[in-house]
Design a protein around this ligand. Structure first.
Ligand code: COA
Length: 323
């Protein structure tokens, strides 16, 4: 595993200087205290590269060992080539590479996809990266969205092994009927870039926050129960349930719905905000590096986001503390 966040911290107090908002409002409504934001010129593939290098070093592998690179992102460097291809070039790897687009569920979707490819014997060693620089797609004058997001990347090297590590179950879901409640409207061919699209702020994230909130609370508990049923694992056997870090109140409501104590639902939204596809690997890597994961631990990861998309994976961890 590896992860990376850009060094520049933007605190709620910093946002108070440019917006009609307050640290108190942001903290009580979301749990966010600060987030990391890329500097001008830093793009998603740069974040992905740093996380990928850390994951390869942790695995004791080099770029030449990779058979496939998959990048989950909702903020690609450009429409195409894929961010995975740009990353492949920056890494100096020679393998195929493509992106997965499932917004904030991207890492959970990617894990499920890659596990299937590896289990089927199509690829031996796969690098999966969740990377997003959503700060580049935010309207920094819109207090209802810009306070929520941050930048970062997390990466994992996935390999077929004999031993404890395993993916025990996976459930992916989507409902495109609600595509409009969370989106970046322009930039694709529905609304190509134009002076009008820029003036109307259509290249930024738009969101119906209340509807997204209700969707997240509604789906997260149910999907945990469903994926555990599919994996034939009882909730008591699970060490941690790791929710996509979008809002602390969503995590708290889901934990309460499942009857889980806080210790089994760790989070880091206070430090990073919603880093989209990076949020789950950032959290897993943080637990891993803190020595909080032991071989044989079962973790459930839960993603949700634009699409709408949501999903969950049950993973049995194979390694002890860091290294
Ligand atoms: C965005 C979110 C925090 C807003 O919280 P909320 O309790 O629903 O707040 P509302 O949108 O109802 O807004 C309440 C008031 O706060 C104001 N407000 C919104 N953002 C604000 C901010 N940053 N600072 C201060 N006030 C703010 C609104 O203008 C509104 O004022 P009004 O009552 O005078 O109109 C919440 O809906 C949420 O987290 N939704 C999920 C978003 C998400 O996770 N998206 C990504 C999913 S992957």
């Amino acid at each position: 595993m590896g992860s990376y966040v850009p060094p520049r911290r933007v605190t709620n107090h910093d946002l108070e200087q440019i917006l009609d908002t307050s640290d108190e409002w942001i903290r009580t409504r979301t749990g966010i205290v600060e987030r990391r934001v890329v500097n001008e010129g830093v793009v998603t593939s740069d974040l992905a590269l740093a996380a990928a290098k850390a994951a390869l070093a942790d695995a004791g592998l080099g770029p030449a060992d990779l058979d496939l690179i998959v990048v989950a992102t909702g903020s690609p460097d450009m429409l195409w080539p894929s961010t995975a291809c740009v990353l492949q070039g920056k890494l100096g790897a020679g393998c195929p590479a493509f992106d997965v687009s499932a917004a904030c569920s991207g890492f959970v979707y990617g894990m499920s996809l890659v596990e299937g490819l590896v289990a089927a014997g199509q690829y031996e060693t796969v690098l999966l990266v969740g990377a997003d620089a959503l700060s580049r797609h935010l309207n920094w004058n819109d207090r209802s969205t810009c306070v929520l997001f941050g930048d970062g990347a997390g990466a994992v090297v996935i390999r077929r092994v004999d031993g404890e590590g395993d993916m025990l179950g996976s459930v992916l879901r989507a409902d495109g009927r609600d595509a409009d409640i969370l989106k970046i409207p322009a930039g694709g061919n529905a609304i190509p870039p134009s002076t009008e699209s820029v003036e109307a702020h259509l290249h930024y994230i738009t969101m119906n926050g209340r509807e997204v909130f209700k969707f997240a609370v509604r789906t997260t508990c149910a999907i945990v129960e469903e994926v555990l049923g599919r994996a034939n694992v009882a909730l008591d056997e699970v060490t941690y349930v790791l929710f996509h870090q979008a809002n602390q109140r969503i995590c708290d409501a889901a934990a309460e719905g499942l009857g889980l104590p806080k210790e089994r639902v760790p989070g880091n939204i206070d430090k990073y905000g919603n880093t989209s596809t990076a949020s789950i690997p950032l959290l897993v890597d943080e637990l891993y590096r803190a020595g909080s994961l032991e071989a044989g631990n079962i973790i459930v990861t839960v993603g949700f986001g634009a699409g709408l998309t949501w999903g969950a994976n049950v993973v049995r961890w194979s390694k002890g503390g860091h290294g």
